[in-house]
Design a protein around this ligand. Structure first.
Ligand code: TGC
Ligand code: FAD
Length: 390
């Protein structure tokens, strides 16, 4: 069941450069070899497979577009997207680890940090020696991060940080966390908090039915003394964390296509092998309808992601355009996972096949990085000029 084919119904490969294809194929081969064979077991155990961190670094999944001088892969946005697509064919939780590390930890340090911070943190994050987390969401502030209460006070020679973040990917084992907190005037800033700082703890969140191969936890700050040099100096306000989300949401728009492709591949293969009423089930019109709609939706999502990649590379993609692609492509994937699972009948609910795991994972993907409804309201605001959030 781990034989990936690569639906490319509209010959999108013709739009890719040789480098894009090399990067994608290297990621695909690595996922096939090192992720697919073990991921079901780790998801069942609800454990992150830490041994894959090195491989993620080697395929360029940690900071694909961060310049090489800081240890990044120095690739373009479409390469970043393709890497996320291939990783999420394997598992959304593994893609989450890469998304957080690249777009939510390395990106803010690169864009909003100073040169010392870039040199201190980025190479270690790119190589996977350190894994980071990103703390924006709080127990009482998810869709509305601007309401956060985590705060820091200027104590002269350091900052004193208090508060708590919840639902944080990679939290239980992160070496550093990029944490968003308000200063005494209520302005949001990013702070780099390091494991070992007194008063900083990261309890794990258990009992998840989704994203089980990714570790999720809290970040708790109880009078943590944060050195002043750990504040990201070059951007503040809610726009700073939201800028990181733009990059992560872009990657998720591509990643979701990978999960959908794996479900489609699996259902297509199964439909040709599984016999009922003396025929392969793929010969029944109802099953063909499901498969035909899947490949149609995957193709539309690929075009959306590719065009967004071109605009993102040119620096012209708006946040609302990114929201549209995240929302559409994750919704496309979750619907395909559900239909594909039904096509496998009873076998579809087992861990023998990847579909049920994708289906459960996508419940997180459709919620994090802005829920399905929040992204709709972002589009609504963009086209009407009328703000449903205020
Ligand atoms: P609003 O007043 O609209 O905006 C505040 C300031 O931010 C600017 N801005 C953006 N800047 C960059 N990129 C964006 N996407 C931006 N959207 C808004 C805006 O211009 C403004 O700037 P300024 O200078 O005027 O202050 O903010 P609001 O409080 O009304 O909220 C807007 C809303 C709802 C769209 C936003 O807060 C939102 O997107 N909510 C969803 C929250 C979310 O996505 N959380 C994600 C947490 S991280 C996560 O889930 C990681 S999962 C990782 C994984 O495992 O892959
Ligand atoms: P709420 O904001 O309470 O929303 C509940 C419901 O109300 C949703 O359906 C929502 O769409 C709806 N709603 C809210 N506001 C409106 C409105 N104005 N109009 C209409 N409907 C509305 N966060 C991080 O900071 N870092 C991470 O690494 C991270 N990783 C995550 C990993 C996992 C597995 C999960 C599940 C979440 C993660 N998150 C992370 C948090 C995630 O971003 C939030 O769960 C998400 O933003 C939604 O917030 P909430 O859960 O508080 O839901």
């Amino acid at each position: 069941p781990d034989l990936f084919e690569a639906p490319d119904y509209y010959n999108l490969d013709e739009l890719l450069t040789e480098e894009h294809k090399l990067v994608r194929d290297a990621a695909r081969d690595w996922v096939k070899r090192d992720v697919s064979p073990i991921i079901e077991e780790y998801a069942q155990k609800a454990e992150f497979p830490k041994q894959i961190v090195k491989g993620l670094a080697e395929i360029g999944a940690f900071g694909p577009y961060i310049p090489e001088e800081y240890g990044g892969a120095g690739l373009d946005q479409i390469s970043y997207g393709l890497i996320m697509q291939e990783i999420e064919r394997g598992d959304s939780g593994v893609r989450s680890t890469a998304s957080v590390q690249s777009s939510l930890v390395m990106y803010p340090i690169w864009k909003y940090g100073n040169e010392e911070q870039r040199k201190k943190y980025l190479p270690k994050l790119a190589s996977g020696e350190w894994v980071g987390s990103f703390g924006l969401t709080e127990p009482d502030h998810g869709s509305n991060p601007g309401g956060m209460t985590t705060n820091f006070k200027d104590m002269g020679d350091h900052y004193l940080l208090n508060g708590a973040k919840m639902w944080i990917s990679n939290a239980p084992f992160c070496e550093i966390a990029v944490v968003w907190a308000k200063d005494e005037s209520g302005r949001i800033h990013g702070l780099i908090v390091e494991r070992g700082m007194e008063g900083f703890s990261t309890p794990e969140t258990h009992n998840k039915w989704s994203l089980r191969a990714s570790a999720t936890g809290e970040l708790i700050f109880d009078n943590v003394k944060v050195p002043k040099e750990n504040l990201l100096p070059n951007k503040s306000g809610l726009g700073a964390p939201l800028g990181c989300l733009d990059s992560a949401r872009f990657g998720i728009a591509w990643g979701a296509i990978g999960a959908a492709m794996d479900c489609y591949d699996t259902a297509l293969r199964y439909s040709k092998e599984r016999m009922q009423f003396g025929k392969p089930i793929g010969q029944f019109q109802l099953q063909q309808k499901k498969l035909a709609e899947m490949i149609t939706e995957i193709t539309k999502a690929q075009l959306l992601a590719w065009r967004l990649g071109v605009m993102r590379e040119a620096g012209t993609a708006t946040s609302a355009q990114i929201s549209m692609a995240k929302r559409n492509n994750v919704d496309m994937a979750i619907n395909i996972a559900r239909e594909a699972r039904q096509m496998l009948g009873g076998m579809g609910i087992t861990g023998e096949y990847s579909i049920m795991r994708h289906s459960m994972n996508l419940e997180s993907v459709i919620t994090y990085e802005g829920t399905h409804d929040i992204h709709l309201l972002i589009t609504g605001l963009d086209i009407t000029g009328l703000n449903a959030f205020k």
